[in-house]
Ligand binder design. Sequence first.
Ligand code: ATP
Ligand code: MG
Length: 137
Amino acid sequence: MERTLSIIKPDGVKKNVIGEVIKRFEANGLRIAAIKKIHMTKAQAEGFYAVHRARPFFGSLTEFMSEGPVVTIVLEGNNAIAKNRELMGATNPKDAAAGTIRKDFAADIERNVVHGSDGPETAAFEISYFFNALEIF
Ligand code: ATP
Ligand code: MG
């Protein structure tokens, strides 16, 4: 069993596809261990994406991630990290495989509907950024 952090980003929330995204997780063997809707400040988004602070898109990305509410989810299942990223599809929806979340719902490389942890260490950091142990079941 493995845990990973998913975020339905502000564009996904505005498009009203929270249920559609969660349905795909559950249909593919991922269980919701924790979930909440929050609206990050710019500073909170900067803390979350600190690993990207030197990237040219950092300012725009953190502006986007704090423009409205997101849904943060702890997913649990076998190979949850890789499984989630497979369901998400490539970062740029133009490159995403057919049937992936980003292919079906994302507008562009930045407004790409979902976030998923990319490894065990980032998953542990990202889960603890939003949830404490008493909120995960
Ligand atoms: P995420 O970390 O959100 O799950 P990812 O791992 O596929 O996505 P990263 O390379 O970690 O992609 O980039 C983090 C996020 O930054 C992307 O999901 C996207 O929203 C944004 N991003 C990445 N590359 C670009 C870019 N070239 N221009 C604008 N935004 C970008
Ligand atoms: Mg990433």
